[in-house]
Unconditional design. Structure first.
Length: 480
């Protein structure tokens, strides 16, 4: 099923579902994980994230049809008092974070007895659609948990508040880490507060490296390839480098790390298509050669790679900071496995070059859906401030592995080498090149398909880049 058909089916299902399923917590029929471990939905979170971007056209077109249908089904608008608020998110539905976040919500209620907090839990894959339907049917939504890649689409659709106007830029700058704040800016304005910070970069398995005789994380591409060969020799059945080849969205996302490393890109600053270039050819040739030499085993996605990493069959693969939480769960060793999970700088082409990584995080958007009015001293303002308190973020990190965004929390955890090391590597993280395009999903699929075709030997790297360029030009990237 194509993404478009799947998306249409999902929206149709949401529209025809009773109103209560939109306004109350949702549950899904899936295997229940052990308490304190990442949920199965979490395992697929990044895969889903890449393949479910909503464009401005998607938001407006779908909203016009689905919103009207949903209004007819609901019959009335959800109403709350001026001192009440509604929060929509996904993390409080998942086993690894549900218990702690429910405690935080209860604390907010206890400290704000005059306000009623309504929390609405939605499966990750349905968050964007659910928020759209709530906007179109005028259902009150004050605060929403967002993936950073969704921000531009929701800003384009309207209803997102400028957080500097609400809290003041001085408070925002003093409270949050600059790397985290970089994810919240669209066209010069900050439209959300960062909640979970980090980046997508390489994760290294210290045990696999040690057993292969790799004494330190490789810093250059040549040293990286040499390290992969050592791992392959020590573990012939392994995939020394983990790379997603069976999900076009993830393939596009991860390939950026290599294209950028070689000095290439998909688009220039004005949105022009520049994929057919010599740096990109060199990067794609390397990826194809790694597959040809057995240093990347094809047919995996990030879910598979997390499992293989914990089984010590992958030495390096790209992931956000939550990689350690997955390794704890899937190794069966819990925190005892932490010593093997290392944040690793993406190797550079030449010594002295700057290592690259991709922005990643969760945001708290302040919305005006259904008459919601954001104010720093109102319920929604107090709510996001509570989630930003150092003690709250520190406990959330300990419970789930989600990196804090508040400067005070990060400072209190300065002795945590995993956190500080990863945040240092995130200092120069770049946004996904496609995040500013309204038709990002379509563009991502094309790029991912052509990169995979070259890696799997179905096309030469040059033929894949030429086809990629032609297909992208035929589609035409559209700015949000």
């Amino acid at each position: 099923m194509t993404w478009g058909r799947a998306f249409a089916t999902q929206c149709s299902t949401l529209v025809s579902t009773r109103r209560s399923t939109i306004l109350t917590k949702r549950t899904t029929h899936r295997r229940r994980p052990r308490a304190g471990t990442p949920s199965e939905a979490n395992d697929h979170r990044e895969d889903i994230m890449i393949t479910t971007r909503l464009s401005r056209r998607d938001l407006l077109t779908l909203g016009a049809a689905a919103g009207a249908a949903h209004l007819g089904a609901s019959g009335k608008v959800f109403a709350t008092g001026q001192d009440d608020m509604v929060y929509v998110g996904w993390s409080h539905t998942e086993a690894g974070s549900k218990a702690y976040l429910e405690q935080v919500f209860d604390r907010f209620r206890a400290e704000n007895k005059a306000s009623k907090l309504e929390t609405i839990g939605v499966p990750f894959a349905q968050v964007q659609t659910t928020l759209l339907l709530r906007k179109r049917s005028n259902q009150r939504t004050d605060v929403a948990q967002l993936q950073e890649r969704w921000l531009s689409s929701f800003v384009a659709a309207g209803g997102m508040s400028d957080v500097d106007e609400i809290f003041g830029s001085q408070f925002v700058d003093k409270t949050y880490h600059p790397t985290a704040l970089a994810m919240t800016k669209i066209n010069g304005k900050r439209y959300a507060l960062p909640w979970v910070a980090g980046s997508t970069g390489l994760v290294g398995n210290a045990k696999v490296m040690e057993e292969a005789g790799v004494k330190e994380a490789p810093r250059t591409i040549d040293a990286f390839v040499d390290a992969l060969r050592k791992v392959k020799k020590a573990k012939p059945s392994s995939s020394p480098m983990g790379f997603s080849t069976k999900n076009p969205g993830l393939t596009q996302f991860e390939s950026q790390l290599f294209f950028w490393t070689f000095g290439g890109s998909f688009f220039d600053a004005s949105g022009g298509i520049v994929v057919d270039s010599e740096p990109n050819k060199q990067a794609l040739t390397l990826l194809a050669d790694l597959v040809k030499d057995g240093l990347i085993l094809p047919g995996n996605d990030r879910f598979d790679l997390r499992r293989l990493f914990a089984q010590e069959q992958v030495a390096f693969y790209p992931d956000p900071p939550l990689a350690r939480a997955f390794a704890r769960a899937q190794s069966g060793q819990g925190t005892a496995y932490d010593k093997n999970v290392l944040p690793v700088a993406m190797p550079v082409l030449k010594a002295g070059n700057e290592a690259v990584s991709l922005q990643w995080g969760h945001l708290l958007g302040m919305l005006d859906y259904g008459g919601a009015m954001a104010a720093a001293d109102g319920p929604s303002g107090r709510f996001v401030k509570m989630l930003s308190k150092p003690e709250v973020q520190i406990e959330y990190y300990k419970a789930t592995g989600a990196f804090p965004s508040a400067l005070a929390a990060i400072e209190a955890l300065r002795d945590d080498a995993y956190l500080t090391g990863w945040l240092e590597l995130s200092r120069t993280a770049r946004p996904d090149e496609l995040v500013s395009f309204a038709n990002a999903t379509e563009l991502s699929t094309v790029i991912g398909e052509e990169v995979a075709a070259a890696m799997l030997g179905q096309k030469t790297p040059q033929d894949a880049l030429t086809s990629m360029s032609d297909r992208l030009k035929a589609i035409g990237p559209r700015k949000s």
